[in-house]
Design a protein around this ligand. Structure first.
Ligand code: SAM
Length: 250
């Protein structure tokens, strides 16, 4: 008797976890190319608009730290996506901002939204810029997706001028047990369902909670920044520890 082939069990959560663990440049690029058309809408919806505050807070901190010393800071926004952090950074007086990303579809939207900013394709782990050529490097919600995090952070360090700063925003899992429980229910159960209603790639929103849960947070991330060569690094939790800003100095 011929045995019937077993049907593969499709478990999006497992697939998302496995993508995070074995992610490649191509798989991440495809995922973001797919989500690009609904990325901004879902970002603002799922964070209740708070994501804009996180970017403007970051730009404000950058302005405070470097604004007085440096009249015309050169800024590179890595993993710029649709350009919102690059745009926030461009509010620093005299700044010259460039945004790079691996996803052509995300960049196409960034170019339409912000015509005065230069956007180009670029890979965090191998940035096409000279040593010591930027005053600030920023990355909003992007570092988590790097195929090789340490290599990406070493590149940030390489392209910064001595005394330059990196500003990196990532989602944070609250450390308070009750908040953490509520956050994970929202993140794992509610958010993927809402996203699935709008996005072509609901997979990306199964990947999101896994990528955040498995990503080094607070002290663990600071130690990777130090390994990448930064001599000073600190973090600032934002909005009840749902997001975190890392600031590192070369
Ligand atoms: C969650 S989006 C963040 C976009 C934007 N920075 C923001 O604040 O909304 C992550 C972006 O990182 C980009 N990305 C992921 N890995 C990358 C890498 N190694 N080099 C450059 N860009 C990368 C993706 O293509 C995507 O556009």
């Amino acid at each position: 008797m011929v045995k019937k082939a077993e049907k593969p069990i499709h478990r999006p959560e497992e697939a998302a976890q496995s993508l995070f663990r074995s992610k490649s440049r191509a798989s991440i690029q495809h995922m973001f190319d797919d989500v690009a058309p609904t990325y901004d809408f879902l970002n603002h919806l799922l964070s209740l608009g708070i994501d804009n505050y996180w970017r403007s807070y970051t730009a404000k901190q950058a302005k405070l730290l470097v604004g007085k010393e440096n009249q015309n800071p050169k800024i590179l926004d890595v993993a710029t996506g649709t350009g919102d952090l690059a745009h926030a950074m461009s509010g620093i007086p005299g700044s010259m901002v460039t945004g790079v990303d691996i996803s052509p579809n995300m960049l196409a939207i960034a170019r339409k939204k912000y015509q005065s900013i230069t956007f180009s394709e670029g890979y965090a782990e191998n940035l096409a810029f000279e040593n010591e050529s930027f005053d600030i490097v920023s990355a909003g919600f992007g570092a988590r997706n790097f195929e090789n995090l340490l290599q990406g952070l070493k590149e940030f360090h390489r392209i910064l001028k001595p005394g330059g700063h990196a500003f990196i925003i990532e989602p944070m899992i609250p450390r308070n047990p009750l908040l953490k429980k509520l956050y994970l229910i929202y993140f794992k159960k509610v958010l993927p369902k809402i996203a699935g209603l709008f996005s072509k790639s609901s997979f990306a929103y199964d990947y999101l909670p896994h990528s955040v849960e498995e990503f080094p947070q607070d002290e663990a991330f600071l130690s990777i920044l130090k390994d990448a060569g930064f001599r000073e690094a600190e973090y600032r939790p934002m909005t009840f520890e749902t997001s975190i800003l890392y600031i590192a100095k070369k």
